[in-house]
Design a protein around this ligand. Sequence first.
Ligand code: URP
Ligand code: ZN
Ligand code: ZN
Ligand code: ZN
Length: 507
Amino acid sequence: CFAESNDHICSVTKDSCSLNDYVPAKLLIKGGIVVNADRQEIADVYIEDGIIKSVERNIKAFDEIQVIDASGYYVMPGGIDPHTHLAMPFMGQVTIDDFFSGQAAALAGGTTMHIDFALPSDGDLLEGYKLYREKASIACMDYGFHMAVTKWNDKVSKDMEVLVKHEGINSFKFFMAYKGSLMVTDEELLQGLKKCKKLGALAQVHAENGDAVAEGQIQMIELGITGPEGHGFSRPPILEGEATSRAIRLAGFVNTPLYVVHVMSIEALEEIIRARQSGQRVIGEPVISGLALDDSLLFDPDFDVAAKYVMSPPIRPAGHNIALQNALSSGLLQLVGTDHCAFNSTQKAAGKGDFRKIPNGVNGIEERMHILWNIMVNTGKMTPMGYVRVTSTACAQIFNIYPRKGAIIAGADADIILLNPNTTFTISSKTHHSRIDTNIYEGWTLRGKIETTISRGRIVWENGKLNVSPGSGRFIPLPPYSYLFNGIDKIDSDYLASIRASKQQKK
Ligand code: URP
Ligand code: ZN
Ligand code: ZN
Ligand code: ZN
């Protein structure tokens, strides 16, 4: 390991645990409905030193143990958000939530870990990664990173290797949109897919046809449509479907697993379903805004209201969200992210008079768990077990940290939430914990409230109060070769054998 050569910070070989700044209490959560992705039972959960020690009925409480009465509560693994953008420079702005404010908001909303997207610095992956690790020094909960790849050359290829082998990165995002800034060409994507496969890293795509989006934007401006509604018109679902299909087929050609981030449309969904039906390993991640909302507020005559909803791919007309919900409940989509990319109203105002300059992104890190419970569990579309799967377990499995994360079982990290299914509350930017001055769910009244959040055995959210400190969060290295890579080599060798056989036949 050349970590010590100072050109990168090695996280895998060093002990990355910053758990040492406090001693978590011994906790006993009594009598709750303990929900895992594969079972639901009434049980007690005993926690020591930040780790779940046992999950059983009738665990005896000793004197020094703090007991939480959880009867009537759902006791579930803390949420893991696979898709966030904290302190990210983007479209001439920097997202308003940093690694402290964004994570504090997450904890108040029942999310105990997230995976953020580190961007390269002037195309340099290691530099960019280092910068993000520094930004995260104020973290107050567990986090990991994906790394974006925005161009291709030998250095990028080598840096990917360093990041996987030494830095706890096991996924790389390729933008097929944002022409002129983050977008990669097909050639670059293809090289990236090959490299991901070689490293056992998961390739992720932002799937929109960036060339066509640029064309669509010019069209809208020529038509005199300059407000936020032009955003949706300029990048219709067909462009998301096209790019999703292209990425899937290229990943199929390379025979490497693919993860499609922020699936927003039926067109993209259909491509994912088709690929999965043919046996291809494709993961589809809808985000909470795409599941819960339609595009109606993008047409609000008040710019400040409409601009809140500008994100890419766009929030689609009614119907797409219902299709995504149904796909999630039937397992056709696997996990839910937020794409939390918060810009406040003054930042959004940069695009007054030209929707192309509205920084893209919406809030969600604090709201995901509650909104999803309401639209999926309260409506009967999903069981609590299914909810745990899509908010926590699947993410831990896909990013190869299960069952340390994503389960309430002995030996797992004590990241736990207590949800009271009967409490109602109303979302407002006046009371939320994110730094953003607006909320795309403003005024939504929800039933089911996460009243307690436990992060590594420590109660960080209780009675409407946060108890967090900057620097207490811990970086979680994500190892390569998740289950998605099992058997890939067998498919390769069968494929080569079939080519040889058909060549032989044709001789
Ligand atoms: O609008 C969005 N999604 N902003 C964040 C960047 C991205 O594409 O994920
Ligand atoms: Zn190293
Ligand atoms: Zn994206
Ligand atoms: Zn994103």
